[in-house]
Write a protein that binds this ligand. Structure first.
Ligand code: ATP
Length: 308
């Protein structure tokens, strides 16, 4: 005899940050969004989102000592609130849960931490409320919440098109090692795109294809990948934060194969030859920067780690 499993009282979902191995940006569309061709990679810096049974709705955020707690809204403006409302409305369900977000992804750093939390909240609440939302519906709700939210569900390495919300997994058979240097002050993504528009009046209506980057991934050779990394937003981010150019140079002088601004910045990424090289680069950068992280990718998208 079988019995239906009881819905859980608490679900924790782990969700990764993203880096853009290639980010090609076109001229703004009529709806104001920029068309993108990007290759996302999910890396092992993760936030955890826990949703527990509760008669009302509460949201708490915990940050490590290097993240400013005031940088993350907790008063209804958090993207997790929006994700929860959207999922509840989609099913005609009531909004009741106690949600806590434990952050490790830099805030306003160009690593899509908010988008990651939204994706994790969709998955955690879907399980907590026993909704059985289809993958297609989850991806559609994710795209409503933000252009990078669908990728946070999918994870791995993926080609992103449209405004970044259309994601298609791509072959990426290696493990790549990254050194990540967050910045004390964040950069506003819309401000970086505005500066991109000013600096690039001749941006194409449709960005090119990312073929060279995809071929580089298949070689598994970090030197080849280093040569193929590209971010169209980097000049705009460096224009707003000229100090980042010194950091990129320091990382490359410290043995990184390549330094790159992450998405809209200001977090900087350094591709290293392997795990040992990453630790060496991180050691040297730590002499001048308080927070230096080592991680690798690709890793899985939003996934349940505790179901109780
Ligand atoms: P992206 O790379 O997607 O442009 P980002 O990594 O630069 O994003 P986020 O960390 O997602 O930036 O934060 C952008 C803004 O979103 C922050 O300034 C913050 O006020 C707001 N925000 C809302 N919810 C969250 C959340 N759960 N975590 C972090 N920031 C959040």
């Amino acid at each position: 005899m079988t019995s239906a499993a009881l819905p859980p009282s608490s679900v924790t979902v782990r969700v990764p940050a993203k880096v853009n191995l290639e980010l090609l940006v076109g001229a703004p569309r009529e709806d104001g969004f920029h068309p993108l061709v990007t290759v996302y990679q999910a890396v092992g810096l993760c936030d955890d989102v826990t949703a527990s049974r509760s008669p009302g709705w509460t949201l708490g955020v915990t940050v490590p000592d290097w993240i400013d707690p005031d940088a993350v809204p907790v008063t209804g403006d958090n993207i997790v609130d929006r994700a929860a409302r959207l999922l509840a409305e989609h099913h005609g369900a009531e909004l009741h849960a106690a949600v806590s977000v434990t952050k490790s992804i830099p805030v306003a750093g160009g690593m899509a931490g908010g988008s990651a939390d939204a994706a994790a909240a969709l998955v955690a609440l879907d399980r907590l409320w026993d909704l059985d939302t289809s993958d297609d519906d989850l991806l559609r709700l994710a795209a409503e919440l933000g252009s990078v939210v669908p990728f946070a569900l999918v994870g791995g390495t993926a080609l992103g098109t449209g405004r970044g919300e259309l994601v298609e997994p791509v072959r990426d058979p290696a493990t790549w090692w990254w050194v990540v240097v967050p910045s004390d002050a964040g950069l506003s993504t819309p401000a970086v795109y505005r500066r991109f528009d000013e600096l690039t009046p001749d941006a194409p209506a449709e960005p090119e294809e990312a073929r060279a980057l995809l071929l580089a991934l298949a070689t598994r050779d970090p030197v080849i990948l280093a040569g193929a990394l590209h971010n169209d937003l980097e000049p705009a981010a460096l224009d707003l934060r000229p100090d980042l150019a010194d950091l990129l140079e320091l990382g490359e002088q410290s043995g990184a194969l390549r330094g790159l601004v992450s998405g809209s910045g200001p977090t900087c990424l350094f591709l290293a030859e392997d795990a040992d090289a990453a630790r060496e680069v991180a050691g040297r950068l730590s002499e001048e920067h308080d927070v230096v992280l080592v991680t690798n990718g690709p890793v899985a998208g939003a996934h349940v780690v505790t179901y109780a």
